[in-house]
Design a protein around this ligand. Structure first.
Ligand SMILES: NC(=O)c1ccc[n+]([C@@H]2O[C@H](COP(=O)([O-])OP(=O)(O)OC[C@H]3O[C@@H](n4cnc5c(N)ncnc54)[C@H](O)[C@@H]3O)[C@@H](O)[C@H]2O)c1
Length: 104
C-alpha cells in the first residue's frame, strides 16, 4: 500500500497520465514535493516537453526545465509507480454530454 511517507520521501512515485491543460500543470506542481513520472500517449508531446516546450502555454520553459519530471510515452513505466492520477479527455456523446458509462 502506498503511504504519504513513502511519497514524500520519494521512495514511491506518482504518475500523471495525460499531460494536457490539466495534467502538465498538476505534474509540475506535484514534482516540487514528490517523484513524478509524466506519461502521455503522444510521443511528440513527450519530445517537446523534454526540450522545455509546452504547446498549451500553461508552463514556461524555465519552470518546465526546472521541474524534475521523468517524461515518457512508454506504458511499461507505469508499473513502477504507486499512485496513478488520470487526466485524459472525458469521452462525450453525440450531444456533447460526458459519457460516463464504462467503455465497451
Ligand atoms: N482543461 C480544463 O479547463 C478542464 C477543467 C476541468 C476538468 N477538465 C477535465 O480534465 C481532463 C483532462 O482535460 P485536459 O483539458 O487536460 O485535456 P487535454 O486534451 O488538454 O489533454 C489530454 C492529454 O491526454 C493525452 N491522452 C489521451 N488519452 C490518453 C491515454 N489513454 N493515455 C495517456 N495519455 C492520453 C493526450 O495526448 C493529451 O496530451 C478531462 O477529463 C477534462 O474533462 C479539464
Amino acid at each position: 500500500m502506498v503511504t504519504f511517507e513513502s511519497l514524500i520521501s520519494r521512495k514511491s512515485k506518482v504518475v500523471v497520465v495525460g499531460l494536457g491543460y490539466v495534467g502538465l500543470p498538476l505534474a509540475v506542481h506535484l514534482s516540487k514535493h514528490f517523484e513524478v513520472v509524466g506519461y502521455d500517449l503522444k510521443a511528440d508531446r513527450i519530445k517537446e516537453l523534454e526540450t522545455g516546450y509546452d504547446r498549451t502555454l500553461e508552463i514556461s520553459k524555465e519552470d518546465l526545465i526546472k521541474a524534475k519530471i521523468f517524461f515518457t510515452s512508454d506504458p511499461k513505466t507505469l508499473s513502477s509507480c504507486s499512485l496513478i492520477i488520470v487526466a485524459v479527455p472525458t469521452p462525450i456523446d453525440e450531444h456533447r454530454i460526458p459519457a460516463l458509462t464504462t467503455m465497451p
